[in-house]
Design a protein around this ligand. Structure first.
Ligand code: 8DG
Ligand code: MG
Length: 153
């Protein structure tokens, strides 16, 4: 142990596969926050992986895109809103091993956008008080992000 190593409580278990055999999927997602402090969640539609779960709107980053451009595109496709990249506040990220892939997903907090949100791809949309987010089943990768949002909002 080096002299300045810090000993504290043991790290809590985290579902992480360090074998290097999982493909990495880069996704970007948004916590849209309205003037009342509620957060938008979207229900994944039938036919998609994790159908029925509630998630932060967003999607896969395509080749050549920076995360902000991918998020702008996804929010237009999924919700019909226009968000300028300078209104995207980097908040936190998920790094989570699912059985078949490893997800890396930055989450941006967004409080300003143009247009009214519409469920263009989701089965449903809901504005939820941060403390009620736990009432909605979400993908495992999102759970630490939900706790962090509850601390922020
Ligand atoms: N958008 C989003 N995806 C999430 C969240 N949590 C989580 O594990 N995921 C996973 C689910 C999917 O495996 C992947 C994102 O896929 P997606 O279905 O949203 O991607 P996409 O919008 O580009 O849709 P598609 O064109 O691939 O159908 O990330 C989340 O909060 N938001
Ligand atoms: Mg999506």
């Amino acid at each position: 142990m080096t002299e300045n190593a810090h000993q504290s409580a043991p790290c809590p278990p985290r579902p992480i596969n360090v074998s290097g055999n999982l493909p990495i999927i880069h996704v970007v997602a948004a916590a849209l926050v309205d003037s009342d402090g509620r957060v938008l969640i979207a229900q994944r539609p039938e036919g998609k992986a994790m159908a029925g779960l509630w998630e932060f709107p967003g999607g896969k980053v395509e080749a050549g895109e920076i995360p902000e451009m991918a998020l702008r595109r996804e929010l237009y496709e999924e919700l019909g809103i226009d968000v300028c990249v300078s209104c995207m506040q980097p908040f936190s990220f998920a790094s989570h091993s699912y059985d078949r892939f490893h997800l890396v997903m930055p989450l941006f907090v967004i409080r300003n956008w143009d247009g009214l949100v519409r469920p263009l791809e989701a089965a449903a949309l809901k504005w939820v008080r941060p403390m009620r987010l736990g009432d909605y089943p979400m993908p495992a990768a999102d759970l630490p992000l939900v706790s962090m949002l509850q601390d922020l909002l």
